[in-house]
Design a binder for this molecule. Structure first.
Ligand code: SF4
Length: 252
């Protein structure tokens, strides 16, 4: 638990109000001056995360970079990971699934068991993503993400800054109000390294067996877990234990 948990919880609503008047670069600076605990940015190397990495590096924000290597990522994701570290002179700390939990998961459900049921898919995301994320965020005061409101219907309800009562930290989404086109233009103008799969029709990129390219005009996240119907297709990283996206600005 962060030492300044109470301060962090109370800071959420005022930061949220301030963010509405700032651009993303100034939001990052404002955040770093407003809180005292560690800031962690978890990147999956998607377009938004690459833009955010650039902004953090350019602003010189004191921030730890982390990523979740699930063991099922595309080779292109590893390529842009390496290119990003080289471009910005940073090390992005990798968090891997626990070996014992992974062995038990594969033994129970099979190597591609996530296609068989929603429970099996959630179990896989739990072992490969959610548990490593918990370790990545341990002791963190503020968690930076590249979430945007336009990515899905459920994400439209998110706020710039909210208090996550489960992880007891501030969850911060500096690109919340940017469109995908604006992010793409920024990445190209600033010559930010990006995942080559974006040029092949992949909009949202996660694990290789659970991601596919989408046709022009399809929803951004329709290429993720495409075989699932009528569900909020999230991996669990941004969900509360009861299945909601974290959006409250108040401590509970
Ligand atoms: Fe497993 Fe697919 Fe979730 Fe990756 S996205 S952790 S492979 S179910």
């Amino acid at each position: 638990m962060p030492a300044d948990e109470t301060v962090s919880a109370a800071a959420g609503p005022s930061l949220n109000d301030a963010f509405a008047r700032l651009d993303p670069a100034d939001r990052l600076v404002f955040l770093s001056r407003s809180i005292s605990g560690p800031i962690v940015f978890t990147t999956s190397f998607g377009l938004e995360d690459q833009a955010l990495t650039h902004l953090i590096a350019e602003a010189g924000i004191d921030c730890r970079f982390a990523t979740l290597d699930t063991g099922r990522l595309f080779p292109e994701t590893h390529t842009v990971w390496a290119a990003t570290e080289q471009r910005y002179g940073i090390r992005i700390q990798a968090f891997y699934p626990r070996a014992g939990a992974l062995e038990a998961l594969v033994h129970q459900h099979g190597i591609n068991g996530f296609y068989q049921s929603l429970d099996a898919r959630h179990a896989c995301c739990g072992v490969r993503k959610v548990e490593p994320l918990d370790r990545a965020l341990a002791g963190t005061a503020a968690w930076l993400t590249g979430l945007r409101a336009g990515q899905s219907g459920s994400r439209q309800a998110l706020e710039f800054v909210s208090y996550d009562p489960v992880r007891r930290l501030l969850k911060v989404n500096p690109l919340l109000d940017w469109s995908r086109d604006r992010v793409a233009a920024f990445v190209h103008q600033a010559n930010v390294p990006y995942n080559a799969l974006h040029d092949k029709g992949f909009l949202s990129i996660g694990c290789a067996p659970c991601t596919r390219a989408v046709a022009p005009g399809e929803p951004e996240r329709s290429g993720r877990w495409w075989w699932e119907q009528d569900q909020t297709r999230e991996c669990g990283l941004h969900l509360t234990p009861d299945g909601r996206l974290v959006r409250t600005g108040k401590p509970s």
